[in-house]
Design a protein around this ligand. Sequence first.
Ligand code: PLP
Length: 387
Amino acid sequence: MKIESVPFFRMKFTRSEIDAVTRTIKSGWLTTGNISHQLEDKFCRYVEARYGAAVGSCTAGLHLALKVLGLSRGDEVITTPYTFVASTEAILHCGARPVFADIDPVTLNIDPNRIEEKITPRTRAVVPVHIAGLPCRMEIITRLARKHKLLIVNDSAHAIGAEFKGKKIGAYGDLSSFSFYATKNLTTAEGGIVTTNSRKLADEIRVLSLHGMDKKAWKRYLDQGSWYYEVVSLGYKYNLADMNAALGLAMLDRLDILQQKRERIASWYDQALVKFDEIELPARERDSKHAWHLYIIKLNLDKLKIGRDQFIRELTESGVGTSVHFIPLFLQPFYKGKYGLSQKKFPIAMSAFERVISLPFYPDLRKAEVKFVADAISKIISKHRKI
Ligand SMILES: Cc1ncc(COP(=O)(O)O)c(C=O)c1O
C-alpha cells in the first residue's frame, strides 16, 4: 500500500491491554485501589527503585516530590530552560525559585558543568530533565549534589527504560517523577509515578496525593474498609485511578519489547539520515541506555538556505507530522515577564531551539514509513542546500 503520510504520533493497544481496562470497569472499582498499587510495585521493579507512589501526572509527581523534600519560599532549584513547562511549574508551586543553567549543545540536557556556577547559599535542589530519554550526566550531578548538600529530583518524564552507567534512572537521586501521559513510552492516558528508595517519602507522597488522608483512606468504600479516616496534612487531588492504571499495568508486560522497537527505529533513522551533512543526528552516549522517547534531529542551518520553520512547513506539505521539543522557557511570556529572562543568557538553548525537529517516532512505525520520512527530508535538503 502506498504511503501518503506519516503522523507524528500513533499508538496501538493490544487486546489484553484493552481487556485489562474493560475488566477494571466491569469490576466496579474505577478509582485508586489495588490496580494502581500493583502498577506501583511492578513499575518500581522495572526502574530499580524500592518504592513508588502513583499520581495523576508527572507534573503532580514533581510537585509532591519537591514538597516532601521541604522545598519552599526562598529556596532555589537549578534546572534547565530547555524543557516542558511542567518541570518548572512544580518548583514554583512549592514557592521556590527556578534558576536556569544552559544546556549541552549535543545532548540537549542541562550542562552539568554549568550547574556549579548557579549555586548560591539558597540552592536546595537540582531537577535534571533527561531530554528525549537520554540520561543526564548523573555522575557529575550526584558529585555536585554531595559536595553542596543538594537534593536531586529527576524529571524522568521521558526516561522510562533509560539507564546511566548500568543503573536504571530511577536508581539515581532522591526522587524521580515519570510520566504516563498518552504519548509516553508507557501510558495510562494521563498519569505518572514518583519513585524513591525512601519508604517515608513514598508514603508521604501517597498521603498528599489523596487530600492528605491517612494511608488506608482509599479503602474506605471497600467491604472490609472503614468509613473512618483522618486528614493528617494539607493534601491535593493527585491520585491515579485504577481505570487508568490498568492500561499501564498491562502494557508493562511488553515494555521491554516496545523499548527494543524504539531502539530499532532510531537506528533505521540514523542509517537513513547519516549521509546528510545538513542534519545532526540525536546524541548517543556509550555509558547510557537511551529510552528513545523522542527522535530529535538538529538542522545544520549554515548548510541550508531555509530555517527550521520552513523545513517543518515543507515536511508537513509532504505528509510528515513533526513537533518541536522544546520552546525554551525563556521564550514563554509568563517566564520571560516574571524573571526578566533573556535568550542572550542561554545562547546554547536558543540555538538548539532554532535547529530542532522531532520526527514521527513510536513502536509500530514501519521501516517503509521511516523511508518515507527520510525521502521527504532528502528532497527538502536537495532543494535548499547551500552550494
Ligand atoms: C520534560 C517533561 N516533564 C514533565 C512533563 C509532564 O508530564 P505529565 O503530562 O505526565 O504531567 C512532560 C510532558 O510531556 C515533559 O515533557
